[in-house]
Every structure is written in C-alpha cells, then in structure tokens.
Write a protein that binds this ligand. Structure first.
Ligand SMILES: Nc1nc2c(ncn2[C@@H]2O[C@H](COP(=O)(O)OP(=O)(O)O)[C@@H](O)[C@H]2O)c(=O)[nH]1
Ligand SMILES: [Mg+2]
Length: 367
C-alpha cells in the first residue's frame, strides 16, 4: 500500500522543498527585511499574510515563516534559551478585566525596556465578521506606546479563540524584536488546540465572585494554568477577591500540577490601581527561571511544535481527502447512510478511506 501511495507524497515533498528553498520572492524578502528592522507595518502585513487562505499567499507565508524560524534558530544556537522571548497566555471570562490588565501590565513592562506585543483574539468577530470589540480602544495608552504592538485578530469562528495563525503571529512578533508576547483570549478548552499550547506561561484571570458559570470550566482550565490571577482586588471588591483566592487555592489541592517543580499560585491584583502587578511579574520570571533550569522551557516549546505539526497534518489530510475527485459525492452518500442507521460511522469511515486509497493506487499505476 505504502509503495503505491509514496510516489505522490514524494513528489509533493520535492515540490515543497524546492519552493521553500526559493527565497527570492520579492514580497517575502521585503517582509523579512522589514521584520528584521522591527518595522511595524511589515509586521502587520506579515500577520495578514499568515492569516490568508489564498493558495499563492499561503506559500509566501510559509516561505516567510521558514526564513524567520531559521533566523530564530541561529540566534537560539548562539545565545541559548535566554534569548527566547516570553510568551504569555491570558485567558478568562469576558469582563474579567483581561484588556485592562494587559494595558496596565504592558505599560509596566515597556517602562522597564521590554518590547511588548499583544495578540488579542476578538470574539465579536465570530458574529460580526470584524474586530469590533475594540481591544485597541480598551488599551488606549498601550496602543500609543512605541514599544508595544497590539493586534486584534479575528477568531474566524473558532470557539477557543486562537487559531494556528495566532501561533504564527507570535513567531512573527518575535522576529520583529518583541520579547514579551501576550495572547488574550476568552475561550479555553473549546477548540482542539488552545492558547496554552502556544505559550510558555498560561495565566487564568478571573474576577471576584465569578459565581456558578465558572464552576463548569474550572477544572479543565485549572489543569492548564501555570498561574491564577484574581483581578479587581480593589475597594469594595477586596473581600470577594480574597474569598475567590481561597476557593481556588483549595480547589488546586485536588489538581495534579503540570510540572513537579511548580505548583500553581493564586494571586490577587488590581488592574486599575496596579497593585500586585510588579509582584506578578516577579512570579512570572521565577516560573521562567525554574522552567529553564529544569529544561522544561525549551522542552515545552518543542512539544508544542510537534503538536502543531499534527494539527497541520490533520488539516491537510482531511482537506486532501475531501477535495479528491469524486470524494464529495461519496462522502455525502455515506453521510446519508450513517444518518439513516444503515451503516455505522466507523464502517462508513473505513469504506471512504479504502475508496480513497484505491483511487490513489490507481492514479499512481497510471503514472
Ligand atoms: N474595579 C476594577 N475594575 C476593573 C479592573 N480591571 C478591569 N475592570 C473593569 O472591568 C470591566 C471589564 O474589563 P475588560 O478589561 O474589558 O475585560 P475583558 O473582557 O476581560 O477584557 C471594565 O469596566 C473595567 O474597567 C480592576 O482591577 N478593578
Ligand atoms: Mg478584552
């Protein structure tokens, strides 16, 4: 079976290699140079390029990413893990204060000389088709900061909020010289790959007195979290924030830590007064140091890369499968049979796959 399928795959691979080696595409070259010079316009254009579904542009996006990754590898091999940026994921329910936190925290970081990129995944785009939530306006000062870059990205119907292009946007921000990358999302765990699969530190931000709607989400999110932040711990809300902190500390006792060297802390902060933000940054740096020392920092990124490979592979396989000649009709037929209970879903899948393999065999015999 493999031998008859392989020639096609090899051809694809060969095609991929020659196109990826070709680095003289003017657009790719211009964007790569722009990124290296830290130009925001080039960064914005590059992110738009990786978000596209246009086949030619997709190829250019890949060429650009390949160059960027090669460059990052070179830098990494000279300077080690310390040269790597810090990728932070901030998730939490709408209204928890994520944007307010990022505005305040981002300013705190830029004052210290960091270059901060924010990728805000805007859930409103799912229904409106555009980024209308206005995360930019929610971060009025940070968006004017020369050392910050804010990008609201459409989540294109993905419930989890993040998509593969978010992951690629992170890499592009790093290439443009940003050393702290913050990804803001509302959803966790709804999509196959969540923000925790693309960051070094995943923080859950919750408001005090979250109530019952948090209960269902709690466990799954807590298992992913490296840090839990109770926001709005100011004024009248301090007692409720304390209770929330206590509740989460208790709940965490029943959750196995992600890493034996780190148990998830629960911190109270106020994004409005800024109280607790410097301590939170210290904690994040401590987490990084511990993860670097035990080798987990680099290891986690490697595991994430591998997970992305599988994500790409699954998408490509499914798309190759459903777009193969004649397949659409076959699939529709099988769907009807499965719905009517004539065939089991497993049998129908096997039949479709076998049909596809037979078609490939036939095709390769003809070549
Ligand atoms: N009292 C108080 N209000 C806050 C704090 N952080 C955010 N808020 C308010 O909570 C609301 C939602 O904030 P926003 O940042 O848009 O939440 P997001 O949906 O999680 O991004 C806004 O009215 C903020 O002013 C805080 O630390 N303390
Ligand atoms: Mg927000």
């Amino acid at each position: 079976m493999e031998s008859s399928v392989m020639p096609g795959c090899e051809r694809e691979l060969w095609f991929w290699c020659i196109t990826h080696d070709k680095t003289d595409d003017p657009l790719v070259q211009r964007l790569f140079k722009g990124l290296q010079a830290g130009r925001r316009a080039s960064l914005a254009e590059s992110i738009t390029l990786v978000e596209t579904s246009h086949p030619k542009k997709k190829l250019q996006a890949r060429q650009l990413l390949t160059q960027v990754l090669q460059q990052a590898k070179k830098i990494g091999s000279i300077h080690g893990a310390k040269a790597l940026s810090l990728r932070l994921g901030i998730s939490g329910p709408p209204g928890a204060g994520k944007s307010t936190f990022i505005e305040n925290f981002g300013k705190f970081l830029t004052k210290q000389g960091h270059k901060v990129a924010v990728l805000a995944v805007d859930p409103s785009s799912v229904t409106t088709g555009g980024s209308l939530l206005g995360d930019k306006t929610r971060m009025p000062e940070l968006s004017c900061d020369m050392n910050a870059y804010i990008r609201p990205s459409p989540s294109r119907g993905h419930l989890g909020g993040v998509t593969r292009s978010t992951n690629e946007a992170i890499v592009l921000c790093e290439a443009a010289g940003f050393n702290v990358i913050i990804v803001e999302t509302i959803g966790v765990g709804q999509s196959e790959i969540s923000v925790s699969d693309m960051v070094d530190l995943f923080a859950l931000l919750i408001p005090p007195g979250g109530g019952d709607e948090l209960q269902g989400l709690k466990r799954g999110i807590m298992e992913m979290s490296d840090l839990i932040v109770v926001n709005k711990s100011d004024g009248d809300l301090v007692p409720a924030a304390r209770r929330m902190q206590y509740e989460y500390v208790s709940a965490l006792k029943y959750i196995r830590p992600k890493n034996k060297n780190w148990s998830t802390p629960v911190k109270r902060i106020s994004s409005v007064t800024g109280e607790g933000i410097p301590e939170l940054w210290n904690l994040m740096q401590k987490h990084r140091k511990i993860m670097e020392d035990c080798g987990e920092f680099v290891n986690r990124r490697k595991t994430q890369q591998q997970a992305w490979l599988w994500s790409h592979l699954k998408d490509s396989l499914v798309s190759a499968f459903i777009t193969a000649p004649g397949m659409k009709e076959k699939i529709s037929m099988m769907e009807i049979k499965v719905r009517d209970g004539i065939l089991s879903p497993g049998d129908a899948a096997d039949i479709l796959l076998q049909h596809h393999i037979d078609e490939l065999k036939l095709k390769s015999q003809m070549h």
